[in-house]
Write a protein that binds this ligand. Structure first.
Ligand code: G4P
Length: 290
């Protein structure tokens, strides 16, 4: 269950969250940031770099089962060019999770070398998970924990209450993720988070949101979307998005008396089908501003 829907980010809360993450950061060697592969820009926390400073990090592009495969590859390349290791994962099926430990080891190569030069052979390295709500932090931790049952006991020197999972030889993961806030003051970010369902529909105008999603579809022309709603004969690029919403509603028989289309129902249906990837594997944000 997404906690974006429950969390109200207010300054006091943000400060508290920040402090909590900062104290956990002291216990780990690296940070794994989970983002949503469909919206790799909007699902990142704007202050993460500043928060973790020089701590090595890697990016986990989660929900890749719902994102376009080519786009995900492009994102991995994009991060690589920035010197950041990124891997694609799917916490529903567990696909890609076996790449996690090797990726962490790669990210911590330098640290391992340094420790080795100090005579520390095979030191235990620790990592924590961070991310904004709804990106799949709990799903990731649960999946990894199931694969690696061994829970590390509390030890002297380790803050009481912290639990660690051994996820590979000499590699441990903190069992609670750091919950970060999105860049919620940016309208586009808010919209893209809303597309994926990370923001409560009740606080948004669903018809407006569906129209914005259709604005995007008109440019992208997703094959599955066109086939699913039998829009092959429609001049998709030039039709008004609201007219397209009406047409979709009509095709699904969502009519009220007098043949008028219930566009609110059509909007809810469209968003629902997008969120469950029934309209295909769609990435909303591309690297390089494409
Ligand atoms: P969070 O801790 O970061 O807030 O995220 P959480 O794990 O609660 O996941 C948020 C939603 O995303 C959940 O769906 C979860 O099942 C889904 N999810 C997580 N990872 C993946 C993935 O790789 N692929 C897909 N398709 N979905 C994923 P939910 O509707 O809130 O709950 P439920 O469907 O599990 O009941």
């Amino acid at each position: 269950m997404s906690d974006m829907q429950n969390i109200q980010w207010f300054p006091g809360h943000m400060t508290k969250t920040k402090r909590k993450i900062q104290s956990s950061l002291k216990l780990v060697d690296a940070v794994a940031e989970i983002i949503d592969a469909r919206i790799p820009v909007s699902s990142r926390n704007p202050d993460l770099a500043q928060l973790i400073q020089s701590k090595p990090r890697l990016v986990l592009l989660n929900k890749c089962d719902m994102a376009n495969q080519t786009a995900t590859k492009m994102w991995i390349d994009y991060f690589k060019k920035q010197g950041i290791t990124a891997i694609a994962i799917d916490c529903k099926s567990g696909r890609g999770l076996n790449q996690f430990a090797p990726a962490v080891n790669k990210v911590l190569e330098q640290r391992l070398e340094k420790l080795k030069s100090k005579g520390m052979i095979n030191p235990t390295l620790r990592i924590m998970i961070v991310g904004i709500p709804n990106v799949g932090k709990s799903s990731f931790i649960n999946k990894i924990a199931k694969q690696n049952r061994a829970k590390v006991e509390d030890r002297p020197g380790v803050t009481r209450g912290n639990q660690w999972y051994t996820i590979a030889k000499n590699l441990e993961m903190l069992d609670t993720p750091g919950v970060l806030w999105p860049k919620f003051d940016d309208k586009i970010v808010g919209e893209h988070l809303a597309f994926t369902g990370a923001v409560k529909d009740q606080i948004l105008d669903v018809e407006l949101l569906a129209v914005r999603l259709l604005d995007f579809f008109k440019k992208l022309k997703p094959k599955d979307f066109i086939e699913r709603f039998k829009l092959e004969d429609v001049d998709i690029e030039n039709i008004e998005s609201f007219d397209l919403l009406e047409l979709i509603g009509k095709k699904r028989g969502m009519l009220v008396s007098g043949g008028v289309v219930n566009t609110e129902r059509a909007a809810i249906m469209l968003l629902d089908e997008f969120r469950s990837a029934k309209l295909g594997r769609i990435t909303v944000e591309m690297p390089y501003g494409e």
